[in-house]
Design a protein around this ligand. Structure first.
Ligand code: 9MR
Length: 351
């Protein structure tokens, strides 16, 4: 799961069963072959390739059909909404972690890796934060938020999306309250605070539309280059990868590689591939090819350590409520039946 380096012994505790097998195999330890049933799952096939395959999970764990797929197929979990500012600190200083704890406990009891999402983001941000105009006051609020949230989950979250979606498409900084009140330095300050609170978690910058080479990914690249050059503690970049059918950027692999060459891990963090509804056989076949393309790009870049899809099945996907007439973006359909993309993804992983 961590192909490049290991920060501490504690990291070992995070390895899922299959990841541990893969690490043992890489270390020359004799391991029995993966049972064919496990190799034929997303998590099993990813582990054999030294990767984690995760899913975003929300308030779904009371649904047995959902949990069956989650537990049998996936080796990682990202809470979809439960760690966001509006969920964890809806009122100043009043922290609530119950919903996120349920998801994190589920993951940890099953040896799944956890991606924490997200500490500093302009969206799902309570009005009281958006109203803060005084820099000292906002700095204190951000520090306290990171300290309490990352502190609560310390030792149980392997990766944190410290900052999310800070750039616009043209490469300029998004004019969030953080940017306008605190200026450019708010991102590096957040990374430093997160590192001091949880030194063992890997700290990521996460964004959408940075999967190919463009003005936005160029600006992100320049920030990460600058951070690594100046010793700002950044370990990874998350490429959300909310794709449209047939439109996977041709330079995805090259773009992942240029970030990896800076010395950070890269991860596919919120993958889905939406299509105009209704789905049909041709679209589902194209989608299968597209998922395989994304997997191959990640596998071709050594520090690409994980792929996470943004929910388990089309029934839970955020897409239809956001893009009218579009959907069918995930690996399982509305009835939780496997789609062609599932087999293609496992095959591309080498399973
Ligand atoms: O999937 C999430 C959805 O349930 C929420 O309503 C939405 C609110 O902003 O956030 C969605 O997740 C987003 C993620 O946190 C950041 N990247 C984009 C995702 C899709 O909007």
């Amino acid at each position: 799961m961590t192909p490049t380096r290991t920060r501490s012994r504690r990291r070992v505790a995070f390895l899922s069963g299959w990841s541990a097998l893969a690490v043992a195999a890489a270390a020359g330890v004799v391991v029995t072959a993966l049972p064919s049933s496990a190799a034929a799952t997303l998590g099993g096939a990813a582990a054999a390739a030294g990767r984690t395959f995760g899913a975003a999970v929300s308030d779904n764990l009371g649904d047995a059909g959902y949990v069956d797929i989650l537990d049998s197929q996936f080796s990682g979990i990202t809470p979809e909404n439960e760690m966001k500012w509006d969920a964890t600190e809806a009122a100043p200083g009043a922290f609530t972690f119950d919903a996120a704890d349920v998801i994190v406990d589920h993951a940890r009891e099953r040896g799944m890796a956890v991606r924490g999402h997200t500490l500093v983001w302009h969206s799902q941000l309570p009005a009281y934060v958006q109203a803060i105009a005084d820099p000292a006051e906002l700095r204190t609020a951000v520090d306290r938020h990171i300290t309490e949230v990352a502190g609560h989950f310390r030792g149980r979250v392997e990766y944190w999306d410290v900052a999310n979606e800070a750039f616009l498409d043209d490469g300029s900084r998004r004019p969030s309250v953080f940017q306008t009140v605190l200026g450019d330095g708010y991102i590096e300050d957040a990374f430093r605070t997160a590192r001091s609170v949880d030194p063992d978690a890997k700290l990521c910058y996460n964004d959408f539309s940075i999967e190919g080479v463009n003005a936005k990914s160029d600006a992100t690249f320049e920030m990460v280059r600058d951070f690594t050059a100046r010793g700002v503690p950044i370990d990874c970049v998350g490429f959300q990868s909310h794709f449209v059918l047939g439109q996977i950027p041709a330079d995805l692999q090259a773009n992942l590689q240029r970030f990896a060459d800076l010395g950070v891990e890269v991860q596919i963090t919120e993958l889905d591939i939406r299509m105009d509804l209704p789905a049909d056989a041709a679209k589902l076949a194209q989608q299968a090819e597209d998922y395989a393309t994304v997997v191959r790009a990640c596998l071709a870049v050594a520090p690409c350590s994980s792929i996470t899809v943004w929910q388990v099945s089309d029934r839970e996907s955020w897409v239809p409520s956001t893009f009218a007439g579009q959907g069918a973006a995930l690996l399982f359909d509305e009835d939780r039946a496997a789609k062609p993309a599932l087999e293609a993804t496992i095959a591309a992983l080498g399973g």
